[in-house]
Design a protein around this ligand. Structure first.
Ligand SMILES: Nc1nc(=O)c2c([nH]1)NC[C@@H]1CN(c3ccc(C(=O)N[C@@H](CCC(=O)O)C(=O)O)cc3)C=[N+]21
Length: 285
């Protein structure tokens, strides 16, 4: 049976450093603060919000939620967003996505202050991820995968790593972060032929497809490291990943569960970014 990669252990290791940094900022009169902007009340937004609030509180970071009605107009939404963006007491902004279909996120991704863009949605930060410039912010979830790999000392250099999923929130940026570590990346998606074989040949397999339990035992090679980024709700209404955990756990050398895996590290990365934003914006790096 594979070693279980526990999100809580990774988060605990990150917390120590973050608490110290936050204390140092407070001594200088700076209270790091996250601003969450939520339109409507989607269950996965609320799950993340709950986790994020708890994480910030545990570290000593402030958290302000701006809740906007589901049917808000584009104009009102942009106005509210600007208010948060211009608030000097807020050092990082998390806008839950996707937005309701009638809203366009593009204008706000253009106007968000790049140093407040702690989930890496602005073109500036996306470009930095793709060029390997670490002065920006990567989206929190792909960086959480990297934190997980580092904590468990997974060697990526020269390894065959397969990523299932090519989204702008996980698959694509994660591929760039892995490439920076000298992994050999294969990105699979809905049009991929021979998906099963490609996945089975991977030494490290990352599932970010958003399809419940799609990674079967036959898709995992013996001794592979399996990281599950999926957050799905199964027929019984409980949280499940993209990996069929029971079918895969005997083959994997390391495996991350859902819940209590990558998802619980995501909010720690968010906290890390807010602390960095606070230090930068207050000029006390
Ligand atoms: N701009 C943006 N970035 C996101 O990263 C983003 C988003 N929008 N919209 C919503 C989804 C969803 N999401 C979750 C992250 C962590 C947990 C999480 O902490 N899960 C815990 C369980 C939490 C609970 O159920 O209370 C776990 O996996 O153990 C959940 C959901 C990030 N998302």
């Amino acid at each position: 049976m594979g070693i279980v990669m526990k999100g809580a252990d990774v988060a605990a290791a990150m917390k120590e450093r973050l608490v110290k940094k936050t204390e140092r900022l407070k001594e200088q009169g700076i209270l790091p603060c996250l601003g969450i902007v939520r339109v409507g009340a989607r269950p996965d937004d609320l799950a993340y919000e709950r986790g994020a609030r708890k994480r910030m509180e545990g570290i000593g970071i402030g958290c302000q939620v701006t809740e906007l009605p589901e049917d808000i107009t584009q104009e009102e939404f942009e106005k509210e967003f600007c208010r948060v963006n211009d608030n000097p007491d807020i050092h990082g902004i998390l806008l839950f996505r996707p937005l309701p279909a009638h809203l366009d996120e593009e204008p706000v991704t253009e106007m968000i202050h790049p140093m407040k863009d702690v989930d890496g949605m602005s073109p500036v930060n996306i470009a930095k991820v793709f060029t390997g410039d670490e002065t920006g912010y990567a989206p929190c979830t792909p960086e959480a995968v990297m934190e997980m790999m580092d904590y468990y000392k997974i060697d990526l250099r020269g390894k065959r790593v397969t990523v299932i999923g090519r989204s702008m929130v996980v698959g694509k940026p994660l591929s760039m972060l892995l490439l920076k570590r000298h992994a050999t990346i294969t990105v699979c998606h809905t049009r991929t032929e021979e998906l099963e074989r490609t996945c089975r040949e991977a030494e490290v397999l990352v599932a970010a497809a958003g399809k419940a339990k799609m990674v079967s035992g036959g898709m995992v090679g013996d001794g592979a490291v399996v990281v599950d980024v999926g957050i799905n709700v199964d027929a019984q209404g409980s949280l499940c990943g993209d990996v069929d955990y029971d079918a895969v756990q005997d083959k994997a050398s390391y495996i991350s569960p859902v819940p209590r895996g990558v998802g619980s590290v995501t909010s720690s990365v968010l906290a890390k970014h807010v602390v960095r934003g606070a230090a930068y914006l207050s000029g006390s790096r």
